[in-house]
Design a protein around this ligand. Sequence first.
Ligand SMILES: [Zn+2]
Length: 316
Amino acid sequence: MDWSGYDRIGKLGLQFANLASGSTVSYEISDIYFTTDTSGNSGSGGKQDDPTTDINTDIEYNFAKLLQESLYLYDANMCGTDVTEKTGLSWRQNCHTEDQYASYNGQTVDVSGGYHDAGDHAKFALPQAYTASVLGMSYYQFKDAFTELGQTEHIQRILDHFAEYLEKCAVLDANGNVIAYCYQVGNGNTDHDYWVRFNCPEFTTLCPITGQPDYGTIYISYMPAERMVESKSLKLYLVSFRNHGDFHEDVVNVIMRDLIAIMAPKYIEVQGKFLPRGGISIDPYANYGIPGTKYEALAWERLSQHDRVPERVDNR
Ligand SMILES: [Zn+2]
């Protein structure tokens, strides 16, 4: 693969880029070669039928066995649409194939591949980059040991799979420049809905008629689908109303529509509790659920039941 032009990623991928791809080696766990030398002088030796049984004599000093077997951690944690062709473990299948594509600003990004986070369902690009660097460096420095132990193609296959994924995570613009890097794939919370609420008591905007400042608290509650809003981004967004003239009723609708546009939540509601102006305080409420789903029904239920017992206003 060609890493030229990936300057913002640094040199991480360069050491892996020249490795042979398309390895045809297919190790079985029972075919592992390891030394029978228990004196501590590992690195050469014969083959045994079952390398896992003789633990009393060789497990602590047999670094050949350690290297050979530990590499299978990566076979076990491989992710993607080509795991069955690459893994050295017969029981591993392809995985996370139903959600291999993500989008970034409307651009489709293939995020399949890589390795799970130590058996977890999530994939983190930065820890993977670190791991790949350590593995790649060990191969770079001690190539002879890998060769002697019959692990050359094994380590190359593992590193290739890392490199392909790390390359995929780079989002390029039309000119080939890196504009984003996908550093996490996976959502551990897809099997249940949950509720997120932001309390924003420092909201301020301008009266569109008089230009005088208005103050209020904005409450935002939602059930995320795939995307969430980061609170710092939300803060900056809300601050953008500071010099902006808007009616209170508009404010909650604008905020809600903007959040729907960027997050596509399952359900969301935005409420404003504004301090009085002209002796009147206003509490607008807007909500939304994905049309045609139970979340739409939820939206109507909450809207129709909203404020059945109005809050007693004794602090504003
Ligand atoms: Zn997977």
